[in-house]
Design a protein around this ligand. Structure first.
Ligand code: HEC
Ligand code: HEC
Length: 118
């Protein structure tokens, strides 16, 4: 409880994601968003995801693309047509997407990160 309050106070999202400037978003991604996502990925599989960095989602050329999302290299088959219901997809659906929505303070889906492959 106390810990959660401290964490939240350290780097608050002072206004809605959509209203934030590019620099505010960059700072939020660095201070709050990436550490929080790192916890989620490590909890799922700390061997596969020992470290979560900007490149995990934005790719190696993220900075050059000014961190524009979705990432064209994170191709995803249409989940409505090709849901394999494997462990990774469940993790994406039940952990990653809700955490993204929480951190951005808005409803997000797979295609905040993924590009549809078709
Ligand atoms: C877990 C995935 C993930 C990680 C890790 C991540 N980001 Fe992001 N980032 C996103 C998503 C998704 C968006 C788009 C959110 C939206 O607009 O709905 C985004 C948006 C951004 C934006 C805003 C881009 C714009 O067009 O306004 C910046 C800047 C950014 N990220 C920088 C970073 C930096 C720097 C890091 C590493 C410190 C990082 N991100 C780590 C997923 C991630
Ligand atoms: C915050 C960003 C983000 C969101 C939201 C997200 N994913 Fe992902 N997804 C990733 C990243 C990053 C990887 C690559 C992980 C890796 O390299 O192991 C990935 C990988 C995958 C893969 C494996 C792809 C492959 O080629 O092996 C599948 C399948 C997947 N995601 C499905 C989904 C589905 C379905 C949703 C929505 C319910 C979703 N993802 C939402 C970031 C995201």
């Amino acid at each position: 409880m106390l810990l959660a309050a401290c964490t939240a106070a350290r780097s608050p999202r002072t206004r809605s994601w959509d209203a934030m400037s590019y620099d505010e978003r960059l700072a939020y991604m660095q201070t709050t968003f990436t550490p929080a996502m790192e916890r989620v990925f490590a909890r799922f599989d700390e061997h596969r995801y020992p470290k979560t960095t900007c490149a995990t989602c934005h790719g190696a050329d993220g900075e050059a693309r000014r961190y524009k999302m979705p990432n064209p290299d994170l191709l995803l088959e249409d989940p409505r047509e090709a849901m394999h219901h494997d462990e990774l997809e469940r993790f994406m659906k039940e952990q990653v997407t809700p955490e993204l929505s929480r951190l951005l303070g808005k409803k997000s889906d797979c295609f905040a990160c993924h590009t549809l492959d078709r």
